[in-house]
Design a protein around this ligand. Structure first.
Ligand SMILES: CC(=O)SCCNC(=O)CCNC(=O)[C@H](O)C(C)(C)COP(=O)(O)OP(=O)(O)OC[C@H]1O[C@@H](n2cnc3c(N)ncnc32)[C@H](O)[C@@H]1OP(=O)(O)O
Ligand SMILES: O=C([O-])CC(=O)C(=O)O
Length: 374
């Protein structure tokens, strides 16, 4: 999609405001968080440092990081009333609906009374989201009430620990940390823009984040990592991938995990998660999912000049770590909370209600007919 047109419907290519948080596709494929290149961050820092950078403006020094990690660890527990609500949500509910309800319920129990509390509200959500989704998942699927406070330093390892009731391997902990960095922030994407529109009415943090979760849920956005898994899990080998995709493209089906609204040549997050997926495949001892994913990548580029976005290789990577497919997008939430909350704060700091205009394409003016004549 190297000749992608950044104009037309969907507000494509139009500036909808200013941000100091990130740049997306400025050089065709780049991604920076507050001036730092994504790859530089992924190679050198942990997710908590990235969260601190995004939420507070600068990378922390060692003491600030230590204090931040301790603070986030102290915020992992869930109030009883929230656990009771989670226990009542049926097992066949989509986990993104659980995230939406969990966020909203926390907003009832621990409301943001004023914008002076916005940093506290953001840190609490960041710490509590893995607890919310894993508490519900383990209760509804395994019938156990898990303890949501672990001594894991990092949120990624903590999530896997809650999910599997054991500490993850070093490799899995590292991949989860990296994955959270990749998903943390992405300028005015649909879910973030939802959060900013809500923030522009001077609403509270939980409402903004709850709305953002709803937007992320769809398969054209965050839900694409689950949809990509549904595709690759049925592909037997590279030839099957070739045949299946040829059929889908002939039918003009959307192939989830490919293409992007802004990037033209590649998504910089893909190379990083693809490399992790390859390492996980070797560690797992069965590389079919990785191989068919690579085959899909080549076919899509050959046939349509479409490239993998952040979601495609996340599917195999998460699967290799034993994560159930329906929990893929909730992990995105656990990470993107940082970007959403920072955008809410940025919107509040220089606010004007977001209220665009529409081009009217409806009926000409007309008079109401008496009901008997309609
Ligand atoms: C983390 C994230 O949220 S990344 C995005 C995750 N979403 C997906 O992976 C869903 C699949 N991808 C898509 O639906 C799209 O590429 C989007 C939503 C990401 C971007 O949408 P747009 O900016 O409208 O796409 P774009 O303008 O590049 O589309 C150009 C053409 O390529 C086609 N196309 C784009 N993506 C795909 C795809 N994944 N599979 C098949 N065809 C595609 C479009 O249908 C369009 O064809 P047309 O000109 O015949 O109508
Ligand atoms: O920017 C977008 O449109 C979607 C995306 O990749 C993200 O939110 O990470």
């Amino acid at each position: 999609m190297t000749d992608k047109k950044l104009s037309g419907a969907g507000l494509r290519g139009q500036s909808a405001g200013e941000t100091a948080l990130s740049t997306v596709g400025k050089s065709g494929s780049g991604l920076t968080y507050r001036g730092y290149d994504l790859k530089d961050l992924a190679d050198n820092v942990c997710f908590e440092e990235v969260a601190y950078l995004i939420l507070k403006g600068e990378l922390p020094n060692q003491q600030q990081l230590n204090e931040y990690v301790i603070k986030l660890k102290s915020l992992r527990g869930l109030p009883t009333a929230l656990k009771e609500v989670l226990e009542r949500i049926p097992a066949d509910t989509h986990p993104m609906d659980v995230m939406r309800t969990g966020c909203s319920m926390l907003g009832n129990l621990e409301p943001e009374h004023s914008f002076n509390e916005q940093n506290e509200a953001a840190d609490r959500l960041l710490a509590a989201f893995p607890s919310i989704i894993c508490y519900w998942y383990r209760f509804s699927h395994d019938g156990v009430r898990i303890e949501t406070e672990t001594d894991d330093e990092h949120i990624g390892a903590h999530f896997l620990h809650l999910l599997h009731s054991k500490k993850p391997s070093d490799l899995h902990a590292k991949v989860m940390d990296s994955s959270l960095i990749l998903y943390a922030e992405h300028e005015f994407n649909a879910s973030t823009f939802t959060g900013r529109v809500c923030a522009s009415t001077l609403s509270d943090m939980h409402s903004c984040v709850t709305g953002a979760i709803g937007s992320l849920r769809g398969p054209l956005h965050g839900g694409a990592n689950e949809a990509a898994m549904a595709l690759i899990e049925n592909l037997k080998d590279e030839q099957d991938a070739r045949d299946t995709l040829a059929g889908m493209l002939a039918r003009k089906d959307k192939i989830m995990g490919f293409g992007h609204a802004i990037y033209r040549e590649s998504d910089p997050r893909n190379a990083i998660i693809k490399s992790w997926s390859e390492q996980l495949a070797a560690d797992f001892g069965d590389d079919r999912l990785y191989r068919v994913s690579v085959a899909c990548e080549s076919i899509m580029w050959e046939q349509k000049k479409l490239f993998c976005n952040a979601d495609f290789f996340h599917a195999s990577a998460y699967h290799y770590m034993g994560i159930p497919t329906e929990l893929f997008t909730p992990i995105f939430v656990c990470s993107r909370l940082t970007g959403w909350a920072a955008h809410v704060m940025e919107q509040r700091s220089n606010n004007r209600i977001i209220r665009p205009s529409a081009d009217y394409v409806g009926e000409e003016p007309r008079r109401v007919k008496p009901i008997a004549e309609r």
